[in-house]
Design a protein around this ligand. Sequence first.
Ligand code: FAD
Length: 273
Amino acid sequence: MKPVNFAYEKPRHLDDALRLLGNGSQAKVLAGGQSLGPMLNMRLVQPDLIVDITALDALKHCEKQQDFLVLGACITHADIEDGRVPDVTNGAMAAVACGIAYRAVRNRGTIGGSLTNADPSADWISALAALGADAIVRGKDTRTIPVESYVTGALETSLGENELLEAIRVPAHSKKARWGYYKVCRKTGEYAHAIGAVLLDRARNVFRAVIGATERKPLVLADAKPLFQGSDDLRKFDPTAADAMLASIGMDDPLDRKIHTVALARAVQQASA
Ligand SMILES: Cc1cc2nc3c(=O)[nH]c(=O)nc-3n(C[C@H](O)[C@H](O)[C@H](O)COP(=O)(O)OP(=O)(O)OC[C@H]3O[C@@H](n4cnc5c(N)ncnc54)[C@H](O)[C@@H]3O)c2cc1C
């Protein structure tokens, strides 16, 4: 199948992109095109205007601030994998990036496109939620929203029609931070069937856990202690607590709950090593 006819614009300035999005047409933003391309071809989306944001330098900018790294939305998975952008996560983000799809997809696919596409099985929506990252959204005003609130459901975000995801703000880990991320998939680089992630950073009083690829938005625990018998001791991981949480969000299949619980257990194992 071929896409419907659409107009195409490639603005050079963020304000021009926002003006195009706000002109009342059925506009769609194009970043790496790795998800949007197939959606256009299958006519799952039928925009009358495509706004290509890949010439916007502001969205490729990254800046290390004292406690954060701000990554422009058009930074690619490969930029992160290859270390072309600074890292504040002791390598956690590079390890996630290199497990996404295969190299050709990583060369073009962007962190902002992945987050905004909000596929429940995708990596960044779970990993960035576990890292405690924020989405920086530009429209009339600038909004900074925790990733777990930016993603509101399967393929849904809180982005307004006239808004763009401008950047992602990732908190810096302390040197002793413990991180684990485990993705269950049949072949390396595939979309996940289950994701587990955990971050324990006592110096910052952070203990977060995420169970992802649940057919809905990731299950995010900003305080992971209930999964660890009320403690911040990684050795006390309680799979029955994870199982009960998954049942409470409607995951009825015991095998599915088991796979997700094992993904989290393996992430915990990594973080403990
Ligand atoms: C074969 C294949 C395998 C894949 N495997 C994986 C995998 O294992 N794990 C994984 O996580 N992903 C996987 N992906 C998806 C890949 O990571 C894509 O890069 C990603 O989903 C979309 O990023 P993109 O930059 O290509 O965005 P696009 O396809 O250009 O856009 C996706 C959506 O986001 C919107 N959008 C993009 N950027 C912005 C922005 N800055 N502001 C507002 N809206 C925006 C678009 O309008 C569109 O709705 C795979 C893709 C393919 C083709």
